[in-house]
Design a binder for this molecule. Sequence first.
Ligand SMILES: NC(=O)c1ccc[n+]([C@@H]2O[C@H](COP(=O)([O-])OP(=O)(O)OC[C@H]3O[C@@H](n4cnc5c(N)ncnc54)[C@H](OP(=O)(O)O)[C@@H]3O)[C@@H](O)[C@H]2O)c1
Length: 242
Amino acid sequence: MKCAVIGGTGLIGSQVVRNLNAAGHEAVPHSKSTGVDVISGQGLDEAVAGADVVVNLTNSPTFDEASLAFFRTSMDNLLAAARAGGAGHFVILSIVGTDRVPELDYYRAKALQETILAAGPIPYSIVRATQFMEFMDAALSWTADGDTVRLPATPVQPIAAKDVAAAVAEVAAGTPLNGIRNIAGPEVLPLDELGRITLSRKGDNRTVVTDPTAGMFAAVKGDVLTDENAHLAPTRYTDWLS
Ligand SMILES: NC(=O)c1ccc[n+]([C@@H]2O[C@H](COP(=O)([O-])OP(=O)(O)OC[C@H]3O[C@@H](n4cnc5c(N)ncnc54)[C@H](OP(=O)(O)O)[C@@H]3O)[C@@H](O)[C@H]2O)c1
């Protein structure tokens, strides 16, 4: 199967390309650094021409309001190119609970990306993942202040990028879901506790202070970022850390 992986040089995209090729498919990575721009449209038609499946793993350069325009324009351009190129399956990677945190611009932008795909002309699959384990360092840095890191006790269910990539590759190689598949890590943990585990495993002496108002996850109400009925990935956070 011919697969055009847009954003195929990124954290998830590069591993999806590897997994698809290892499974005997012909996956080609495309991104800004290979001369393809989903915003200007440069190189898009050539990138998706003849692909059976288009996998979109691009990401917005910012998480603010501008991310809405990024996902709208990129999806409009990609869907038009994929349709013209004859693709029979279009896959995106979204976020578990993305439609349940309207206070966050980025989550609204990902929900918009899903809506555009579902309303579009191509059979599709949406893989929704929980927070990547690789994302924990960034979450710690946002609210670090001297010797303390402030984090809310928001329940999260971290998943390793390699497990996300395996799930996306499997969905891309299958028949379109025309719906959503949730994937998640094997354990639900409060974000502040995850911060404590991370710092302690890294020998970092800073203290995590529980603060329901700290950082972007303060906007999340309840356990909307977790799903114990999701397809559960094998890698546990402490194993990933070591
Ligand atoms: N972080 C999380 O916890 C989480 C959870 C669930 C879902 N997701 C979703 O997972 C997806 C992939 O994330 P990631 O961490 O793998 O992203 P990433 O490592 O930041 O990679 C982004 C990719 O997009 C490409 N790109 C960016 N702007 C582009 C443009 N204008 N034209 C063409 N290519 C462009 C980049 O290409 P260059 O390198 O060449 O610029 C790169 O290949 C995102 O859509 C994100 O919303 C994330």
